[in-house]
Design a protein around this ligand. Structure first.
Ligand SMILES: NC(=O)c1ccc[n+]([C@@H]2O[C@H](COP(=O)([O-])OP(=O)(O)OC[C@H]3O[C@@H](n4cnc5c(N)ncnc54)[C@H](OP(=O)(O)O)[C@@H]3O)[C@@H](O)[C@H]2O)c1
Length: 274
């Protein structure tokens, strides 16, 4: 395959890391080595071209994984990131780029645990990466060059779209695209409930609602028009949709989303403060 990614180590491949890994394995890299703590987790990763290490069987597996790796992705929970950085610090290649996907952990806190030459790039992916339709925000730390950031962006393009931004904006991005799949699922749950209360079976309601969300998203992507224009095309003057949309607008959805995203941002700041 052309455009192979350089050797990659992924330390901690759970639900988010797993989504990224499947895209990377499909895209192709010179070498991919991944680690998890338990043998069960490690054995569950069976992808062509991926070596999966269980730390339970090989306690210094993280050190072996990072040897020879140009991209080192830290995919553990935020509370474990700095300890993991400290553990691998002596084993990193001189040209390695460390990538953290942890929510709320700054590049500065990771840089402090690594040799002064090692750049850190922070990434905030989302779960649709599982199906190659992720949105990932990528921000370089103080030591990361434009080339480092571009390389990390190229890696995440294997699982969807990438937005390169300043680290000061990454928590805000997380309130939109990181948490966003949950907002969409909530809307789907609520509209499904409304359909069921109108007398449809759960199966019928799920077909209607999920088909409509998917169809509307695909139409939006294919058409190129703004969502407001596509909405107008469904909304005949004095028609039924117009009445429904008027009721939805009474709920001031824009303000509701402002409050929801502000609450998520406040929580990110609480988590960053420890
Ligand atoms: N879920 C999301 O939507 C999302 C979105 C953006 C970012 N994130 C970030 O992604 C990170 C992981 O979240 P997750 O939901 O994927 O968590 P998760 O499913 O618990 O995955 C974490 C993995 O790390 C492994 N692990 C723990 N300590 C390790 C170590 N020292 N060395 C190597 N592997 C180790 C665990 O292995 P064992 O299970 O074998 O112990 C587990 O498979 C978090 O920092 C989170 O902030 C998540």
């Amino acid at each position: 395959m052309t455009d192979l990614l350089p050797p990659i180590a992924m330390l901690g491949v759970g639900s988010m890391g797993g989504a990224i890994l499947s895209g990377l394995a499909h895209h192709g890299a010179e070498r991919i080595v991944v680690t998890n703590r338990t043998a069960e987790k490690a054995a569950g990763i069976r992808l062509d071209g991926v070596e999966s290490i269980a730390l339970a069987d090989e306690p210094d597996g993280n050190a072996r994984a990072v040897a020879g790796a140009k991209l080192v992705v830290l995919g553990v929970k935020p509370a474990g990131i700095v300890d993991l950085a400290r553990e691998i610090a002596p084993h990193l290649e001189p040209d390695a780029v460390v990538v953290s996907i942890a929510a709320g952990t700054t590049t500065a806190s990771i840089e402090a645990a690594l040799p002064a030459s090692v750049p850190v790039v922070r990434a905030m992916p989302n779960t649709p990466s599982h199906v190659g339709l992720g949105v990932t925000g990528v921000a370089g730390g103080a030591r990361a060059s434009a080339d480092d950031v571009a390389l990390v962006a190229r890696m995440f393009e294997a699982v969807g779209e990438v937005i390169v931004l300043d680290e000061s904006q990454i928590d805000a991005l997380s309130t939109i695209s990181g948490s966003g799949p949950a907002y969409v699922f909530l809307l789907i749950e609520e509209l499904t409930g409304a359909a069921e209360r109108m007398g449809f079976t759960h199966e019928q309601a799920a077909t209607m609602v999920q088909g409509t969300f998917r169809g509307a998203s695909e139409l939006l992507a294919a058409d190129g028009a703004e969502p407001a224009e596509l909405r107008r095309r469904v909304t005949s003057p004095k028609g039924t949709t117009e009445r429904a949309v008027a009721v939805l607008q009474e709920a001031r959805l824009g303000e509701v989303f402002d409050r929801a995203t502000a609450a998520a941002l406040a929580r990110a700041q609480e988590l960053a403060a420890g």
